[in-house]
Design a protein around this ligand. Structure first.
Ligand SMILES: Cc1cc2nc3c(=O)[nH]c(=O)nc-3n(C[C@H](O)[C@H](O)[C@H](O)COP(=O)(O)OP(=O)(O)OC[C@H]3O[C@@H](n4cnc5c(N)ncnc54)[C@H](O)[C@@H]3O)c2cc1C
Length: 287
């Protein structure tokens, strides 16, 4: 197959330029995770922050720092930019203390997105681990809108516990749009009647024509490796497996080298990579 990446949409001429933005709404998602709906304040940018599914912004709090965060809203509705964030450190903890109306700075969008036109006619399987789904939600929205173009769409979503399943309130509307949403949890809890186990187990069992399947996977590195191994074992070509990687990032556009992975800068050449390109690098300890 000849899957190529779509060119990322053009971003602002100066990638260092940080634009003021206001938090319009905050949605509590799962414990420790909130979605911040943000609107650029410059009239020229409002509704015009064009991005593609899988890209990220750098969110900046002056005096505190910057963090790379996936854009988790619908790329076809650019009025509001959503970022789904777990508070784990400097910037994300400080963000967690902000409320609606607070201001921050935004740079981006950056990075190579999920493949799009290459999904036409394919059996698309999105495999998400925990917060990984944030980087894929825009792709889910796109599939929900254009699923007729692909042959089928499945979302395998894993979490440690039922209360950790991200965007649960939207799963039913995704199903109505033709996406087969299958959640699985490591450990069941009272009231849980769904699947128990790992997403890799779901992928093992999924009825699949390996010549037609395209896998889009995001989650912790070990989960990504395990998902790719199952897909390959089932006969899916490495060229039809796409993964989104997380690395510490500085500039966001391939300038500073902080996120170097072998010959790649994850911010610029990724974060979405075709598996055959990064598998040899991920196999090198410490790279
Ligand atoms: C392309 C890309 C997209 C990303 N998208 C998102 C997103 O949508 N939502 C989101 O919440 N994060 C996302 N991240 C991760 C986020 O950029 C980092 O977690 C970042 O370090 C947070 O900045 P901070 O200043 O709050 O934490 P830091 O001060 O940088 O980190 C504090 C401590 O937390 C640890 N830590 C960092 N990240 C994690 C983590 N994910 N889980 C557990 N411990 C961690 C660090 O090792 C460090 O010890 C993304 C990263 C990349 C590269």
């Amino acid at each position: 197959m000849t899957a190529t990446f779509p060119a990322p949409p053009p971003r602002s001429a100066d990638p260092w330029a940080a634009h003021p933005a206001r938090i319009e709404r905050i949605v509590d998602e799962i414990p420790g995770v909130r979605t911040y709906e943000i609107v650029p304040m410059e009239p020229a940018l409002r509704g015009r922050w064009r991005f593609a599914a899988g890209q990220f912004n750098m969110l900046q709090l002056p005096g505190i720092g910057e963090a790379a965060i996936s854009i988790s809203s619908d790329a076809d509705e650019p009025d509001v930019l959503a970022h789904t964030i777990r508070a784990v450190g400097n910037v994300t903890d400080a963000l967690a203390r902000l409320g609606p109306g607070a201001e921050l700075l935004l740079r981006g969008p950056f990075g190579r997105p999920w493949p799009d036109r290459e999904l036409a006619g394919r059996d698309v399987v999105i495999v998400a681990g925990g917060l990984g789904l944030a980087s894929q939600r825009a792709a889910v929205y796109r599939l929900a809108r254009t699923h007729a173009a692909c042959r089928s769409a499945t979302l395998l979503l894993g979490a440690k516990r039922p209360e950790g399943l991200l965007y649960a309130a939207e799963h039913e509307s995704w199903r109505r749009a033709g996406i087969d949403v299958v959640p699985v949890v490591d450990a069941a809890a009272p009231g849980w009647s769904g699947r128990t186990g790992l997403v890799t187990g779901l992928l093992e069992e999924l009825p699949l024509d390996p010549t037609r399947a395209t896998i889009l996977c995001c989650g912790p590195d070990p989960m990504i490796g395990a998902v790719a191994a199952v897909a390959l074992r089932r006969g899916v070509a490495a060229e039809a497996i796409f993964v989104s990687l997380e690395r510490n990032m500085g500039c966001g556009f391939g300038h500073c080298g902080l996120c170097q992975l072998g010959p790649f800068f994850v911010c610029h050449d990724g974060p979405v990579f075709r598996w055959d390109r990064v598998a040899p690098l991920l196999a090198v300890p410490g790279l």
